[in-house]
Design a protein around this ligand. Structure first.
Ligand SMILES: [Zn+2]
Ligand SMILES: [Zn+2]
Length: 143
């Protein structure tokens, strides 16, 4: 968390108490977190957590690369290396809900090359891969 604060300070943006709390709540889970779960959690705490405020906090954290959006789940996950902007390819476990990031220069390069070949001008590309995480895949084989 201090890392996120240092990053925001270096970028000249403010990690307000609500933004910090939203980030904590997203980062405390290995599965993706939906906005309404955050709202429900925050409403039990001492924050003035009106929905627009929470959505703005999520937008801020997305802009800063501290969290990623999981489009297929309409939810969010924390990023543990927000220092450099990157395409967040996500591995989604259908069994335990765990979300992991896949980092592969080879994948990025392959997408860029294949897309460029069509003449399409890409802004950003993000993959979401559905399946089983390593632990769940192992557990499934044991049965
Ligand atoms: Zn990331
Ligand atoms: Zn799993």
């Amino acid at each position: 968390m201090s890392h996120a604060e240092a990053l925001c300070t270096a970028r000249g943006v403010r990690l307000t108490p609500l933004r910090r709390r939203v980030l904590e709540l997203v980062q405390s889970r290995t599965e993706a977190v939906k906005a309404y779960d955050l709202l429900a959690q925050l409403s039990t705490e001492d924050h003035a957590a009106k929905p627009p405020t929470v959505y703005r906090a999520l937008d801020f954290l997305l802009e800063q690369g501290l969290i990623h959006r999981v489009d297929s789940l309409n939810a969010f996950v924390g990023c543990n290396h927000p220092d450099t902007p990157h395409a967040a390819h996500l591995l989604l476990c259908a069994r335990c809900g765990r979300v992991e990031e896949l980092h592969s220069d080879a994948v990025d390069a392959a997408i860029a090359k294949a897309v460029a070949a069509t003449g399409f001008v890409a802004r950003h590309a993000r993959l979401e891969v559905q399946g089983l995480c390593a632990a769940c895949a192992a557990a499934t084989q044991d049965n």
